[in-house]
Design a protein around this ligand. Structure first.
Ligand code: FE2
Ligand code: FE2
Length: 266
């Protein structure tokens, strides 16, 4: 099974670059299933029902999220109506939404998608390493052809530790949240595909997708006021990763980062 995962979509630039490129990528790489992290798609802060529907109309199968999930109030009501929209599983018990789910493809193969959030330098949530065990014990591996984990976390150490913790037990552990792609996509020793951060889909002439002038001023003036900085609105770059699983088991055959359009690196 070939799965495409796109990193945090930031604002309109991010949504547009997904819209403009997704179907071509799906066709060129013969993608079976597409997952997008949408936590910043509503003007940088959260996601709305309308944007979820927009993503589905472009060909997205599942949307993962992170610490910004609740930024748009309407999502509290909507999330329980949409089992293709995931919250981090280790958010407070009793909060709406689900943190993992199984999806059946047309050929009958089943993929499990898990969304979980880190604990270092993040808003408080239950221990990710404990909670992931709960998810894995609830999944019946024998049914599955692919287990994908979006680990939404800040610290590279915590992300690498999660990769090794799950190595050999899931198909892929891919990091989100920092909005900066890392150059470490690999298949770990026991067969799990891993990348510390897939990067964002958004305008990279920015500071992590938001207006660079305002972010620079904030640091340069030691401004500690918590204020929302709007997203940058230039052309977006799409950052993602394609992971193919083995046909005979759950382990990864290949992991290939992709980067399309806009301004980032070469
Ligand atoms: Fe994000
Ligand atoms: Fe985040």
């Amino acid at each position: 099974m070939k799965v495409l995962f796109l990193g945090d979509v930031v604002g309109r630039s991010g949504v547009e670059v997904v819209k403009d490129n997704l179907q071509k990528i799906q066709k060129d790489f013969q993608i079976d299933f597409t997952i997008v992290n949408g936590e910043n798609s509503a003007d940088g802060f959260g996601i709305t029902e309308g944007i979820c529907k927009e993503f589905y109309s472009y060909g997205v199968d599942v949307i993962t999220t992170g610490n910004h999930l609740w930024d748009q109030k309407e999502i509290n009501e909507y999330i329980d109506k949409d089992d293709h929209l995931l919250k981090p599983f280790n958010f407070a018990e009793g909060s709406p939404g689900i943190g993992f789910n199984k999806y059946t493809l047309n050929d009958g193969k089943i993929i499990a998608v898990i969304n979980i959030m880190g604990n270092l330098f993040m808003r408080s949530c239950d221990n990710a390493f404990f909670k992931i065990e709960q998810v894995l014990s609830e999944l019946n591996e024998e049914d599955l052809s692919f287990i994908f984990v979006d680990f939404h976390a800040e610290a590279t150490s915590e992300k690498m530790a999660m990769g090794h913790h799950l190595d050999g037990r899931v198909t892929a552990v891919v990091g989100t949240h920092t909005h900066v792609p890392t150059a470490d996509a690999t298949i770990l020793k026991n067969g799990t595909a891993y990348q510390t951060d897939v990067g964002m889909c958004g305008d990279y002439d920015s500071v992590i997708g938001t207006k660079k002038e305002e972010f620079v001023r904030k640091f340069a003036t030691q401004d500690t006021e918590r204020k929302r900085i709007p997203p940058a609105s230039g052309p977006g770059t799409l950052c993602g990763v394609i992971i193919e699983s083995q046909s005979q088991n759950l382990l990864a055959k290949s992991i290939t980062p992709i980067k399309i359009g806009g301004k980032i690196g070469n």
